[in-house]
Write a new protein. Structure first.
Length: 309
């Protein structure tokens, strides 16, 4: 596989990302929490051709490699604040758009199957020539990381769940109620449903400019069939981690106390399935702690990656 690197770009807390959801979530939250936002850094944009598609990634820093995996309907930019914090701490931080998400288009719907995502991730890692690395992942990405470590343990130094992974516990009451009401809160098709999604994702939902709201909803409506197909495929794994896990590397479980997707009580459940793991709950954080509380997340993650936790 060949690797292409784009130009370096300056990343700041208020950087207006092209991908609209990243603009909404990261920019808005950083403005609300400017005193603890990690510093800006230079981020390289790269890509790896894979299976007829292209996997795009962001990378910064030098040192031990940390691979950051996003969740469902998300993208690499959600990691940029934490990526800069890791780079400043002496790590080589790398965040891909998983195949089919963000800029990594050109993949068929069958590639969204999580077992296939594990295979594609392994080939992506091989294409980059990575031989030893840590995995830090959120939500669906956490599930992919857990499956990856069990299938390909060689080379993985540490595993960090930054926010709960899919497949450990049932949906939180708010998600279950929405689904019972005929609403998929992850595929909002009007203003009220978008507000619901934000309340479930964040302890303090960010303000959303009207043009961004309109563009997001328009995309969910126009490509609703695609989003539903992806949801159906991924949701087949809703209990995939519901058993003792054969993971031999050190594990960190970081769970937001106000997570509206998976209730914080699930942190203890996952902790029991991973004997010896480190469990930490983060106040005033929801499902995306790397975005809502990037500095606090870094303060927990960095010592763990250095072997101090």
């Amino acid at each position: 596989m060949t690797i292409t690197n784009g130009v370096l770009r300056r990343v700041r807390a208020q950087f207006p990302f092209i991908w609209l959801l990243a603009l909404l979530l990261w920019g808005g939250l950083a403005l609300a929490d400017t005193q603890v936002t990690p510093p800006a850094c230079e981020i390289a944009a790269g890509s790896v051709p894979l299976d007829g598609g292209v996997v795009h990634y962001s990378r910064a820093g030098q040192g031990p490699t940390v691979l950051l995996l996003h969740g469902l309907f998300a993208q690499k930019e959600q990691w940029h604040a934490l990526l800069c914090a890791l780079a400043a701490a002496g790590f080589d931080a790398l965040a891909p758009d998983l195949p089919g998400f963000g800029q990594s288009t050109g993949f068929p719907v069958t590639d969204y199957d999580l077992e296939h995502q594990v295979d594609l991730l392994h080939r992506f890692i091989g294409g980059l020539g990575l031989h030893e690395f840590a995995l830090a992942a959120n939500s669906m990405g956490g599930t992919i990381a857990a499956l990856y470590v069990q299938r390909h343990p060689r080379g993985v130094r540490r595993l960090a769940f930054v926010g709960p992974p899919l497949g450990v516990v049932d949906w939180a009451p708010g998600v279950r109620q929405a689904i019972q009401d005929g609403i998929n809160p992850f595929i909002p098709i009007d203003d009220d449903q978008l507000d619901l999604e934000l309340r479930l994702l964040f302890a303090t939902p960010p303000p959303v400019p009207a043009p961004v709201r309109e563009a997001l909803i328009k995309d969910y409506v126009a490509r609703n069939r695609h989003y539903q197909q992806v949801w159906d495929s991924v949701n087949l794994y809703d209990r995939v981690l519901d058993h003792p896990l054969k993971v031999s590397v050190p594990v960190l479980i970081l769970w937001g106390e106000s997570d509206g997707i998976y209730a914080v009580a699930g942190a203890q459940t996952l902790h029991r399935r991973l004997p010896g793991s480190t469990r930490i709950t983060l106040p005033d954080a929801g499902h995306l702690p790397m975005m809502e509380r990037p500095a606090e997340t870094a303060a927990v993650l960095i010592p763990f990656l250095r072997g101090r936790r």
